[in-house]
Ligand binder design. Structure first.
Ligand code: BGC
Length: 760
């Protein structure tokens, strides 16, 4: 397809129509010019291909339901998520889908986010790595992706309209970073804008986000698609950088664009640019022939493998792995009816489902398995079900409780109201564990649940997540030790709701939600507040143990642009093979602006046989040390020492290595009329021109306020150290107090100094 020549031949109506869907899931073809339609489908952890593309949500064609993002991120396995991406692409090809709508790279600002199961992490580095590898996997097979929902779409409450009020630095360092990584490392074919507003402007019309940052700064080459129904003003959206509106068709929108161009309200060049981007992706998509079949069994196996890698053993008093049990009481309806995915647009019609109870039975040898439902589908309280479960548990050697958070408590479209399981589930766990010390709780949920009420009384807890269609088998493999669990938390499990960082600013009201906790989400917050949590970010148990030794760095002093590489030896000191996830966090010892105590900047997953040791190597680049400075409007590094914290979790740091960074940045001078004395002295150019006057100014100030007088000392006549106050006042304001002692007016003096620093 010769894109420029096609654009030249297209009528204004054809261009406007191309910029909106022809159906719920397809682009508008231009048959006379040989431009085919392109079909998209949800996403992200399976292909939700509806048979009729004019329907939004009819039963979709069978496809593999892989584990959801919470589980995927808990694998910390970038190669594995790449393989899943490839499998997804194969299913897209078989089901005639050109672009799969995912992955989701939004941050888990609060554990209450109804859609957290579709997102990877509370940490932007980890989420970005996962998203990039997902995209690369899918796109390596000639199928596109849609990185979503850009940006600051972190809650379901009023998600179509709420205004996310988030400061620039927080946006850059927390909410945009995963998108930036994914765009730069993987170039998704499409990016989907969010429904909500960001700082007063709809994400669908946001010139700064869509054009200046995404396209111009990050170099995004694909097309921007609206979330379904996100566009309010079509013309404003085109101007903002939103190329393709979905769903369609909407003739009225086409006419709005035509009229806007005709009346001069919209420059046709802007429309042409969107048309160019859409045609480019449509043409890419057309190069991958569709049809054929995918390998149902192989993909089910892959889903099983991923689920097993993503499950997290949260507690184990030694009961697991199960061995030689004669009678296992299996309790909880999710043992019979697997809860393996979330509700909403990502809901997949699975090719087959591993039933947890049957999978357990298949591995239990001669042990007798009994079953009780334990809790109902709804919110009612059923003591009779608890009594039945207790009777069963009493007679067994071990009780395995399958506890799934019901969909009325967790789904796309609405947020959770609390972190709790249902009252019935809590009562069930409490009653069973009271009579059966060997109680194992297997959780199926997409986000953290509170456990304080019951965790001390149970022997083991396995976080099984929304584990995909094969997860029932993965649970059984982990319980019996066929698989040694190796997942680690990609998000903190708080002790209670009121502990969460966004607690006082959630979920907002009067049309707005204020991101008042700023940079401090997830472990960044709990670190800063020195708060205990139920389970920290990066945590997870294994059936074996690992030691870390011989930490090294490639250089103790390095230039920011060169980065530095950390190595550490990890040894499996237990009796079974296992995998360890080594994490590197960076702590800036002194910084100009406040920074989180530590931030994840690298990780590696390593497989080790018993007794085996391997050297793990983790490179850290410029961005591992930089922070976004809103006054410079860029990422900056500062000279000085950084601690590199090598850990098994965010709360289990095994080694610390200190390195010294030399910044190569030549930052512009940002001193202005309002700059404080401290800012003048901190700026290298400021110090040169103002530094010589500082001592004079100080002695003048002390004189004026009686400081230095032997009666008062540095405290001065009014009982304060005046320089403590002056240092954080604008230079001009301090000089105003000394105007009589100055050879010229303070304003002229500061203007003169500014001239000197800015010409330098
Ligand atoms: C969701 C998107 C999804 C789209 C199409 C929207 O409501 O937010 O994630 O891709 O619907 O189903």
């Amino acid at each position: 397809m010769e894109i420029q020549s096609i654009i030249k031949q297209m009528t204004l109506e054809e261009k406007a129509a191309l910029c909106i869907g022809a159906s719920a899931w397809s682009t508008t073809p231009v048959e006379r010019l040989g431009v085919p339609e392109m079909i998209v489908s949800d996403g992200p952890h399976g292909v939700r291909r509806v048979p009729n593309i004019h329907e939004m949500a009819s039963e979709s064609l069978p496809a593999t339901c892989f584990p959801t993002a919470s589980c995927l991120a808990s694998t910390w396995d970038v190669d594995l998520i790449g393989k899943m991406g490839q499998a997804l692409a194969e299913e897209c090809i078989a089901l005639n889908v050109d672009v799969v709508l995912g992955p989701g790279a939004n941050m888990k600002r609060s554990p209450l986010g109804g859609r957290n199961f579709e997102y990877f992490s509370e940490d932007p580095y980890l989420a970005g790595e996962m998203a990039a590898n997902f995209i690369n996997g899918v796109q390596s097979k000639g199928v596109g992706t849609s990185l979503k929902h850009y940006a600051a779409n972190n809650q379901e409450f009023q998600r179509f309209s709420i205004n996310a009020e988030v400061d620039e630095r927080t946006l850059r360092e927390i909410y945009l970073t995963a998108f930036e990584k994914a765009v730069k490392q993987a170039q998704p074919w499409t990016v989907m804008c969010a429904y909500n507003k960001v700082n007063g402007t709809f994400a669908s019309e946001h010139y700064n986000l869509l054009t200046e940052i995404l396209k111009d700064e990050w170099g995004f080459e694909g097309l921007v698609v609206s979330d379904w129904g996100a566009v309010r003003d079509r013309v404003a959206a085109l101007k903002g950088g939103l190329d393709w509106e979905m769903p369609g068709p909407q003739e009225r929108r086409v006419q709005e664009v035509v009229t806007a161009v005709q009346s001069g309200k919209l420059d046709e060049a802007i429309l042409n640019e969107s048309v160019r981007r859409i045609l480019r992706i449509v043409s890419k998509a057309a190069q991958t022939p569709k049809g054929g079949e995918f390998d149902v069994e192989a993909h089910h196996e892959l889903a099983n493998h991923i689920a097993a890698e993503g499950m997290i053993l949260l507690k184990n008093n030694g009961l697991l792995p199960l061995k030689n049990q004669e009678h296992i009481a299996v309790i909880g309806r999710s043992a019979e009816k697997a809860h393996f995915q979330g509700g909403g647009s990502s809901h997949i019609n699975p090719t087959k489902v591993a039933v947890p109870f049957k999978e357990l039975q298949a591995r239990a040898g001669n042990a007798e398995l009994t079953y009780a439902e334990g809790y109902p589908t709804d919110d009612s309280f059923r003591q009779d079900m608890i009594d039945e479960a207790v009777t069963l548990a009493k007679a067994a050697d071990v009780a395995v409780l399958y506890i799934a958070l019901p969909t009325f408590k967790e789904s796309e479209g609405y947020d959770r109201k609390d972190l709790d399981l249902t009252d019935q589930q809590v009562a069930l766990i409490t009653a069973v564990s009271a009579i059966q010390p060997n109680t194992v709780v297997v959780l199926n949920n997409g986000a953290p649940v509170a456990m304080s009420a019951w965790i001390d009384n149970v022997a083991a807890v396995l976080e099984g997540w929304m584990m995909g269609q094969a997860g029932g088998a993965a649970i059984a493999d982990v319980l019996f030790g066929k698989v040694n669990p190796s997942g680690k938390l990609a998000e903190t499990f708080p002790l209670k709701l009121a502990d969460m960082p966004a607690y006082l600013n959630w979920p907002g009201g009067a049309g707005a939600v204020r991101y008042g906790e700023g940079l401090f989400i997830g472990y960044r917050y709990y670190d800063a507040k020195e708060m205990p949590v139920q389970f920290p970010f990066g945590y997870g148990l294994s059936y074996t143990t690992f030691t870390y030794s011989n930490p090294q760095v490639s250089a103790t002093t390095f230039k920011d642009m060169d980065g530095v590489t950390v190595t550490v030896d990890v040894t499996n000191t237990g009796d079974v093979a296992g995998k360890e996830i080594v994490q590197v966090y960076v702590h800036d010892k002194v910084s100009g602006l406040v920074r989180p105590y530590k931030e994840l900047k690298g990780f590696a997953k390593v497989a080790l046989e018993p007794g085996q040791a391997k050297t793990v190597s983790i490179p850290l680049d410029f961005r591992a040390f930089a922070y976004y400075h809103p006054e410079y409007g860029q990422w900056i590094t500062e000279n000085g020492e950084f601690d590199l914290l090598i850990g098994a979790s965010s709360a289990d740091i095994r080694h610390t290595v200190t390195v010294t960074l030399e910044s190569t940045l030549d930052l512009p001078c940002i001193l202005d009329k309002e700059s404080t004395i401290r800012e003048w002295m901190a700026d290298p150019r400021g110090q040169v021109v103002f530094g010589p006057f500082y001592a004079m100014m100080e002695s003048e100030a002390r004189k004026m306020f009686g400081g230095g007088d032997e009666r008062y000392g540095n405290e001065g006549a009014i009982g304060m150290d005046i320089m403590e106050m002056f240092n954080d006042m604008p230079l001009v304001s301090v000089l105003m107090f000394q105007a009589n002692a100055l050879p010229m007016h303070p304003e002229d003096m500061v203007a003169g100094l500014l001239q000197q620093v800015h010409k330098a």
